[in-house]
Design a protein around this ligand. Structure first.
Ligand code: SF4
Length: 389
């Protein structure tokens, strides 16, 4: 159902610029699309129920004009922006929205979404905030309730076979994505940070098979590149939550530095572990979202010393820094984002203990602050480059 003959990065550009265009076209052709917020909505279950999952995103280039009348201003600016887009018709093709209990901004605005942006289906997913066996048993039951609710809505059963098939399909996408991430490891990465974020965003509104095919196409396309520049770029890792726009990465890459890795919730957080293919796919899905997706909305405290606890929460950053040969980290937290905000001191001290500098910035989800951001990031990268000489 592609609307153009483009492939690979050209197709990524189309999907990035007109986010959701494919899901909208599929809806016109009689298929269904389900919106969801945050990284912990189980897309495997949404897919098994016959929907194309569409991650709700905002647009930092779009001024918020409608949302203030029904959503309080102290909320996360990303969420406010996304809600504003919904009120302006950006998501009018959706059959419903799934809102998981992650941060307060997401969970406390469930009613606001439901009342002001009415759709045939809404579901609040009660995600626990502690890991461990009791939470896992609880979350498995919560997912079964979610499955029942989707079955009631569609009138169709969701079989274990359908769920197992969806798990395999998403695991294939994760593998394809990891293979592509590997091409960022060389001294001259074969794909830029800008291209990568566009792809990461594009696949969030596509059926999973199309997503995996698109990632493979891009991988083949960039593998054929030869980059002859003698200058090795400064290698940056980007850390944050819903960074789903090229703005910040353009600022970084225009300085000659390159984003070679991320720990963001539309990126590697979702691709660096697979769902265990167990005889109970629902349990495997619960375990994945509870134990393997690293978000600050979960408490992962299994006793032990403070250092052991830090390893549990941030050990993946150490691996990324080593494997992707990261020189410096940029940590972006949106205003009013408590979960990431509370993690800032620990995140910075952990990364600095590895000998890597961190540039921390708190910002709006808006391109209106980009000039200010540009000056600060350029100064940080310039200072760091001079220190290295
Ligand atoms: S950026 Fe922070 S406040 Fe906003 S949705 Fe994500 S976790 Fe919640």
């Amino acid at each position: 159902m592609e609307t153009t003959n483009d492939k690979g990065l050209a197709l990524v550009e189309t999907y990035y610029k007109d986010y959701g265009c494919q899901a909208r076209a599929m809806k016109k052709a009689g298929k269904r699309a389900m919106g969801y917020i945050s990284a912990v909505a189980p897309v495997e279950i949404i897919n098994a129920a016959g929907f194309t999952p569409v991650r709700i995103k905002g647009d930092p280039n779009e001024a918020v004009t409608k949302a203030y009348s029904s959503m309080e201003t102290l909320v996360c600016p990303f969420l406010l922006n996304a809600f504003d887009l919904a009120l302006k018709g950006k998501y009018d093709y959706l059959d419903g929205i799934v809102i998981p209990h992650t941060c307060d901004s997401v969970s406390r605005t469930y009613e606001v979404w439901k009342r002001n942006f009415p759709l045939p289906y809404y579901h609040f997913l009660n995600v626990p905030h502690l890991d461990g066996a009791p939470s896992l048993a609880f979350f498995t039951q919560i997912l079964k309730t979610f499955i029942k609710s989707l079955e009631q809505f569609t009138g169709n059963g969701i079989s274990e076979k359908n769920l197992a098939h969806a798990v395999l399909a998403y695991n294939e996408l994760r593998q394809a994505m990891r293979d592509l991430y590997d091409l960022r490891k060389p001294d001259q990465p074969l794909i830029s940070g800008i291209e990568m974020i566009k792809l990461l965003v594009a696949v969030k509104a596509l059926p999973v098979d199309e997503s995996a095919a698109l990632v493979r196409q891009v991988t083949e396309e960039v593998k054929g590149r030869t980059i002859s520049s003698p200058q090795k770029p400064l290698r940056i890792m980007l850390v944050g939550d819903q960074i789903d726009d090229t703005g910040l990465i353009e600022i970084i890459e225009k300085t000659g530095a390159q984003v070679v890795m991320d720990d963001v919730s539309v990126g590697s957080k979702l691709y660096y572990a697979d769902i265990e293919t167990t005889s109970d796919p629902v349990y495997g899905i619960a375990e994945y979202y509870l134990e393997k997706v690293s978000l600050p909305t979960f408490y992962r405290d299994r006793g032990g010393s403070y250092d052991e606890n830090l390893e549990l929460r941030f050990g993946h950053l150490k691996r990324f820094i080593s494997e992707f040969n990261v020189d410096a980290v940029i940590l972006l937290v949106y205003k009013n984002c408590d979960p990431y905000g509370f993690e800032v001191p620990a995140t910075i001290s952990y990364i600095e203990s590895l000998g890597k500098p961190v540039f921390y910035v708190e910002d709006e989800y808006s391109s209106s602050s980009s000039s200010r951001l540009k000056t600060r990031i350029e100064a940080f990268l310039e200072m760091f480059t001079q220190e290295r000489r």
